[in-house]
Design a protein around this ligand. Structure first.
Ligand SMILES: Nc1nc2c(c(=O)[nH]1)N[C@@H](CNc1ccc(C(=O)N[C@@H](CCC(=O)N[C@@H](CCC(=O)N[C@@H](CCC(=O)O)C(=O)O)C(=O)O)C(=O)O)cc1)CN2
Ligand code: MET
Ligand SMILES: [Zn+2]
Length: 725
């Protein structure tokens, strides 16, 4: 077995530095280009990535980190876990990911504590595991034809099965992994990377036994590549000694979030994740070198703490970023260069590479916590509910949406034109107003009860606020994949956050001026703004979140003062930031809830506060969601099989479990919506039930939205009539 290369990364972005894959996918899905064209773009992106990584001096190149949609879905396909109902589809892979006219897609949820979403494997008694190694083998050969030897990366068996809630199928799945290892060995591959991020969360003794059994068995295989088991997103804790006792040759350890292992790892190679894949800060070289030096193992390789999937491609694509800030930053390319430089410095006992620039002095917390708990300012729910009912006069089962309406190509082009200086700001604002009017009229025509302005002015629900708050920088090309072809540009929160002026009042009041029905103002909550940004690391996260909460609080009060009767403060990332280890949950939830209440408790009793959550596996944090004390909570439900309904009967206030999935282009039938509503009404008293989709409508077309909402209204009216009789 050849020694593990001295420098590597656990994975790399794949959407393309200019989102080439996004465009190719959407063009293929729309029928504007062929599958061959899509595959050609994929091949070009893979080639460019390997060439670039090799060009930067990286020694260990990963392969199979590319994906047309999601790497967990790729693993499911590799293992034959394709549910029968998708097999006859024209393109089973994308049918699982996005659904078709007749088929709902598989569930989708957050990848550990990141803003990346994976497709949840569906494993049932009828699943027959059967290896299809086309993709990993294909990428190895493709890279080889370009002159690169690579290390294929696949999701490991334990993590895959835990994600699919089917760890009892380990024996069968291991058969497939054995076959895969044999095939890779026959191909002349010297190392394979098995990603096991699930090992950094709490694991039961039987799960740890499964880890041991899995890697004993794979390790015992006669003809196989070297086994590199990679963890990320935290400390391996009790999983580390288990792994260390198996025959795997290399273990990947996150040394940014986790500590240097106390145990001596003997003859293993430690792939030391000293360069963070989760933030955009430059790596302090002395800290990285100290960690590298402290690891006790036969061999140490310099690497990233996780795949670089979670950071943008290249800082050099940001000519407009402030020069002093830029000095503190590293995107994927710069991080690869750091890995290479650290590896050389470590090997040759060279002085530390170019030191990270010293950040400017920022808020210091010395002198005590400047964020005392604010006394509860709002009245009890019963009092608020009465005041709001008198003001809003809503029917039973009020129908609303989550905030955004379709973001049209014209709107995006208009924003790009303003940035390019070819469209005047006031003309842009007129177009936004026209779009708000379109959204309002559409909702009135369809018969919705609580209207939204549709968020046409927002490029993104976090980036928009970052652009209007002090303390943030935004990027021009810093795209990070969120799911499938969808990307975000996470803002950089680098300084103290303050709100120089109202951010949304003018659009909310414009919308309200157009209609007699109540319009809800729309804000993003402090936890979510911070979760979906790259955040300064010189303050506790909690204190940064409180600063953002205070800015949102000012906005809530301004909306109220302007006569907006309902304000929604979205917290879709509340679950996402939940620590992977349960021991840290209470502390997190305590301050996260406090931040939310700080943001919203300035509203009077007559103002109805809504919140919205999605991808939440809400069951786990239902008590915390309840503690947010919002008058109405809308929550994803349809896409996750209405599982949340099993847990909501204790919920004390208004609740709108989504009645259809908005991430799929398919239009739900009225019967389907009615069925979900009936299930909701079995779980909750009708007086507290709201009717809404799972999430915002920005990724859909007006055609899809109108058809879907028509069915929602139809189903709701039927049930209202039934309840009234
Ligand atoms: N930050 C964040 N995280 C989130 C969500 C979210 O909304 N925001 N929602 C959940 C699901 N995730 C989602 C993530 C992204 C998108 C999404 O639609 N993203 C858009 C980009 C949004 C954006 O920034 N749009 C900009 C710029 C768009 C653009 O492509 N501009 C063109 C130029 C304009 C043109 O001619 O089209 C270009 O750069 O080439 C704008 O509207 O102004 C996309 O991928 O297409 C949807 C859901 C969870 N996490
Ligand atoms: C990801 S949660 C989205 C909430 C936002 N108000 C929207 O409707 O798009
Ligand atoms: Zn949502």
């Amino acid at each position: 077995m050849s020694p593990f290369p001295r420098s590597t990364v656990l994975g790399y972005p794949r959407i393309g530095p200019r989102r080439e894959l996004k465009r190719a996918l959407e063009s293929y899905w729309d029928g504007r280009s062929s599958r061959a064209e899509l595959d050609r773009v994929g091949a070009e992106l893979r080639a460019a990535t390997w060439d670039r990584l090799a060009g930067l001096g990286l020694e260990g190149l990963p392969s199979n980190t590319f994906s047309l949609y999601d790497h967990v879905l790729d693993t499911a396909v590799m293992l034959g876990a394709v549910p029968k109902r998708y097999r006859a589809a024209e393109d089973p892979y994308f049918a699982m990911a996005r659904g078709t006219d007749g088929l709902t897609p598989l569930r989708m949820t957050k990848w550990f504590d990141t803003n990346y979403h994976y497709i949840v494997p569906e494993i049932g008694p009828e699943t027959v595991f059967e290896l299809d190694a086309t993709k990993p083998l294909g990428e190895v050969r493709e890279a080889r034809a370009l002159g690169h030897e690579t290390r294929p990366v696949v999701v490991g068996p334990v993590t895959f099965l835990l994600l699919g809630s089917a760890l009892d199928r380990l024996e069968e799945v291991l058969g497939c992994y054995e076959e895969l290892l044999s095939a890779l060995a026959a191909e002349g591959v010297s190392w394979v990377q098995l990603d096991e991020p699930a090992l950094v969360a709490d694991r039961t003794p039987s799960e740890l036994a499964a880890v041991r059994a899995a890697y004993e068995r794979l390790g015992a295989l006669a003809e196989r590549p070297g086994l590199f088991v990679a963890s990320s997103f935290g400390d391996l804790g009790e999983s580390l000694p288990v792994l260390a006792a198996t025959p795997v040759e290399a273990i990947g350890i996150d040394l940014v979030r986790g500590g240097v292992p106390e145990i001596d790892l003997g003859d293993k190679t430690v792939v030391a994740g000293v360069v963070s894949g989760r933030d955009v800060w430059r790596t302090p070289p002395e800290r990285a070198l100290a960690a590298l030096g402290a690891v006790r193992a036969a061999r140490v390789t310099v690497s990233t703490s996780c795949s670089l999937l979670h950071v943008p491609y290249d800082l050099e694509a940001e000519p407009d970023l402030d020069a002093a800030l830029k000095e503190r930053l590293a995107f994927a390319e710069q991080k690869v260069a750091e890995v290479v430089a650290l590896s050389r410095a470590e090997r040759h006992a060279l002085p530390a590479p170019r030191p990270a620039a010293v950040p400017p002095a920022l808020t210091s917390l010395e002198g005590g916590d400047p964020y005392p708990t604010r006394a509860e300012e709002r009245g009890p729910y019963a009092v608020r509910a009465a005041a709001q009912a008198a003001r809003l006069r809503l029917p039973l089962l009020p129908i609303t949406t989550i905030g955004s309406f379709p973001q049209t190509g014209e709107l995006r082009a208009a924003r790009a034109a303003v940035a390019a200086g070819t469209l005047a700001q006031d003309e842009y604002e007129r177009r936004i107003e026209a779009e708000i009017e379109r959204a309002v009229r559409t909702q009135e025509r369809l018969g919705l009860d609580v209207l939204v302005h549709g968020e046409p002015e927002r490029n993104d629900m976090v980036q928009y606020f970052a652009e209007h708050l002090d303390g943030f920088a935004v990027t021009a090309n810093g795209w990070v994949q969120s799911y499938g072809s969808r990307c975000v540009r996470p803002p950089v929160l680098h300084g103290d956050v303050t709100r120089p002026a109202p951010m949304t009042v003018r659009w909310a009041t414009y919308a309200q001026s157009l209609t007699d029905r109540p319009v809800k103002g729309m804000l993003t909550g402090p936890v979510t703004i911070v979760a979906w940004s790259f955040v300064r690391d010189d303050l506790p996260l909690r204190d940064v979140v409180f600063q953002v909460a205070d800015a949102i609080r000012e906005e809530v009060r301004d909306l109220e003062a302007a006569g907006v009767p309902i304000v929604q403060v979205d917290e879709p990332a509340l679950r996402e930031l939940l620590p992977l280890r349960q021991a840290a949950w209470d502390d997190y939830l305590e301050w996260a809830v406090r931040a939310y209440r700080r943001a919203t408790s300035g509203a009077g009793d007559h103002t109805q506060i809504h919140t919205h959550l999605c991808y939440s596996d809400a069951g786990e944090i239902l008590a915390a969601i309840d503690a947010l004390d919002a008058d109405v909570t809308t929550i994803e439900s349809a896409r996750s099989g209405a599982r949340v309904l099993g847990a909501v009967e204790t919920f004390g206030r208004g609740l709108g479990p989504g009645v259809y999935d908005i991430h799929s282009p398919r239009v739900p039938s009225a019967a389907e919506v009615e069925d979900l509503l009936r299930r909701t009404l079995r779980a909750l008293p009708a007086e507290r039930v709201w009717v809404n989709p799972d999430c915002g409508l920005k990724t859909r077309t007006y055609e899809q939205v109108e058809a879907s909402l028509r069915h929602v209204v139809e189903a709701t009216r039927r049930l209202r009539a039934e309840l009234a009789s």
